[in-house]
Design a protein around this ligand. Structure first.
Ligand SMILES: *Cc1c(COP(=O)(O)O)cnc(C)c1O
Length: 411
């Protein structure tokens, strides 16, 4: 594929069959991509084609079909490695989603490498998936959990973050790269520099960030990076944990079973090399093939073009929503992506979402799997609009006009 000279959102929309649907007789305005993105035709086709022409279980098969399927699945690893500028496929562990990648980290790095009495640092704007696994680790393994606060603007408080390292106990920082609620992007290089200067490793939860900007794990100099396929226009059921090879090699397995072993006796088993050591059982083969198609798709469009489009959308949305009396945007980070949380005076965000839905506009409402962050801002929920490569300025105008109509119910 050649790169389009300019980013043409109307052409991109034609790649997404679902966007031609009418909802309640109106054009679908889909502003919930941060929860899960829609899928381009190439992803759908790649999965269907695999099922129709090239499908068998992978890795152990000696027959043609298994060999071809294994190749296709392993090519997905190469695509993921290239996407993140990882040094190779052996550093790409496939999981079922970000949540499993982070649980793998807590289980394997936390229980297997960290020592009792050490601490894990998270931030005050984590998704529950990057809170609860560390709580389980704390309770079972004597690891302390420390939370770096966020400012009123919704940015990581860097001074407070740095202060958490003073006693030298922090072994790992597990922190979001971009908030799924506020859209805030953390200063990742500084986060890593401070952690490394204090002898701690860093894992980013990149579930949101990887969708919106070029992620280069070597430039970030981080140690682990987790993300999920379905938010990057790929299928559900597949996620990635990237880790530095020497660290992955030090970590014990996460789950036991087929595929992750080198040999098995009743007395003792030995493990396969990385990344297979972490991948027990038949993996999400079709989803891997779909993910490769999704990665190829976004790479062909180019992250610079996507990021510029989303930055323009975000700026437009902040301006339009900011002009509506009674609408309050939560989080004002300087560096942010295409996710905007807001509240409407006198209205519960569930009612806002329901009334927008009647106009064919899909936004999410609730705590967005980030209850502690909601509490930090004295809220129990927000409405959230989030943008993808197929989002248009006209859809943002539809949201703003829709909100003005919704507001009439509450005045
Ligand atoms: C969506 C999301 C997750 C969880 O992703 P799953 O695919 O549900 O595992 C974790 N962290 C952040 C920041 C997210 O946005």
């Amino acid at each position: 594929m050649t790169k389009p000279a300019t980013f043409d959102v109307e052409r991109i929309r034609q790649d997404f069959p679902i966007l031609t649907q009418k909802i309640r007789g109106k054009d679908l305005v889909f502003l919930d991509s941060a929860a899960s993105a829609q899928k381009p035709r190439v992803v759908i086709d790649a999965m269907v084609r695999a099922m129709e022409t090239q499908y068998a279980n992978i890795h152990r098969g000696l027959h043609w079909m298994s060999e071809r399927t294994t190749e296709a699945y392993e090519e997905a690893r190469d695509a993921a490695a290239a996407l993140m500028n990882a040094s190779g496929r052996s550093e790409i562990v496939f999981t079922h989603n970000s949540t499993e990648a982070i649980n793998l980290m807590a289980h394997s790095y936390g229980r297997g490498v960290m020592k009792r009495g050490q601490a894990v640092v998270i931030s005050g704007m984590e998704h529950h998936s990057n809170i609860v696994p560390w709580q389980l680790l704390r309770d079972s393994h004597g690891i302390e959990l420390r939370v770096a606060p966020v400012t009123d603007a919704g940015e990581l408080d860097m001074e407070a973050y740095e202060a958490l390292f003073a006693d030298g106990k922090v072994g790992l920082v597990a922190i979001t790269h971009m908030s799924n609620v506020l859209g805030s992007v953390v200063p990742a290089e500084r986060v890593v520099k401070i952690a490394h200067a204090n002898g701690a490793k860093v894992m980013f939860d990149g579930s949101q960030a990887i969708v919106h900007r070029k992620v280069d794990v070597r430039a970030l100099d981080c140690d682990f990076y987790a993300w999920t396929g379905h938010k990057l226009y790929g299928p559900t059921g597949i996620g990635v944990l990237w880790g530095r090879r020497e660290l992955l090699e030090r970590m014990p397995p996460f789950m036991g079973g087929g595929d992750m072993i080198s040999s098995v006796t009743y007395e003792q088993s030995t493990w396969a090399t990385v990344p297979h050591k972490f991948e027990a059982g038949t993996p999400a083969i079709l989803e891997g093939i779909g993910l490769k198609a999704a990665i190829d798709y976004v790479q062909a469009i180019g992250f610079d073009a996507m990021a510029a489009h989303e930055a323009a959308l975000t700026e437009h949305a902040l301006a339009r929503l900011g002009q509506i009396d009674g609408v309050h945007i939560v989080g004002r980070a300087q560096d942010r992506g295409g996710v905007i949380s807001f509240t409407l005076d006198k209205a519960h965000s569930h009612d806002v979402a329901t009334l927008l839905d009647r106009q064919g506009i899909a936004v999410r409402a609730g705590h967005h799997c980030a209850e502690p962050l909601m509490r930090r801002f004295n809220l129990d929920s927000t409405a959230r609009a989030s943008f993808g490569i197929y989002t248009t300025h006209a859809e943002i105008d539809a949201l703003a006009d829709g909100l003005i109509r919704v507001r009439e119910f509450f005045t």
